[in-house]
Write a protein that binds this ligand. Structure first.
Ligand code: GNR
Ligand code: NI
Length: 170
C-alpha cells in the first residue's frame, strides 16, 4: 500500500469529471487500498479518486470513530430521499483548514459496487449522507466552496494561494 499525494484547490485537475470503472480488477483494488491508506493517514472521513488525480468513479469513506468501517463506492448512484435539507459543517482534504456549512439532502439512497465488483444498495443519513454527496461532487469536479458566496470563495482562494506560496518558500 502507499499514500498518494492529494491535489489542493484551486488545482484545475480537481475540475475533471471522472469516468465509470469498466471492470473491478486488481488495478482498481490497488487504487482502493492506496486511497484507504491515504484517507486514514490524512486523516479524513472520505476520499474521491479525483483528489489523488485518478479520474475514475471510485470513492472510499469511513465515518466510524476508530477507522473500523471502510465503505468502498465504485460507480456510485446517489438519489436524495425526501425533500429535507440540512446544513452541516464540511471540510475537505483538498481545501485544508477551511470549514463551512453546506446544505445537503438529509437522507440518500446509494447504489454502488464494492471492491469485489458486487452491487449493493444502502440508505444513509446524517454525516454519512453528507459525506457521500460531498464525495460524489468530487467525481463531477465540484467542490464544497462552489456553494459559498463569491466573497467567501474569494477568501478561500486567497488563503490557499498564501498556503501554497509558504509551501514553496519553505
Ligand atoms: O474529512 C472530511 N470531512 C468531511 C466532513 C463533513 C463533510 C464531508 C467531509 S469529507 C472530508 C474528506 C474529503 O475531503 N473528502 O473528499
Ligand atoms: Ni473533499
Amino acid at each position: 500500500m502507499a499514500t498518494l499525494p492529494i491535489l489542493e484547490f484551486p488545482d484545475e485537475r480537481l475540475r475533471t469529471k471522472a469516468v465509470a470503472v469498466e471492470s473491478v480488477d486488481d488495478e482498481v483494488r490497488q487504487l482502493v487500498a492506496d486511497m484507504l491508506e491515504t484517507m486514514y493517514t490524512a486523516p479524513g472521513i472520505g476520499l474521491a479518486a479525483t483528489q489523488v488525480d485518478v479520474h475514475r468513479r471510485v470513492i472510499v469513506i469511513d465515518v466510524s470513530e476508530d477507522q473500523s468501517t471502510p465503505l468502498v463506492l465504485i460507480n456510485p448512484e446517489v438519489t436524495p430521499i425526501g425533500e429535507e435539507r440540512e446544513p452541516m459543517q464540511e471540510g475537505c482534504l483538498s481545501i485544508p483548514e477551511y470549514f463551512a456549512d453546506v446544505p445537503r439532502a438529509l437522507r440518500v439512497n446509494l447504489k454502488a459496487l464494492d471492491r469485489d465488483g458486487t452491487p449493493y444498495e444502502i440508505e444513509a443519513d446524517g454525516l454519512l449522507a453528507h459525506c457521500i454527496q460531498h464525495e460524489l461532487d468530487h467525481l463531477e469536479g465540484v467542490l464544497f466552496v462552489d456553494y459559498l458566496s463569491p466573497l467567501k470563495r474569494d477568501r478561500v482562494l486567497k488563503k490557499m494561494n498564501k498556503r501554497h506560496r509558504q509551501m514553496q518558500d519553505a
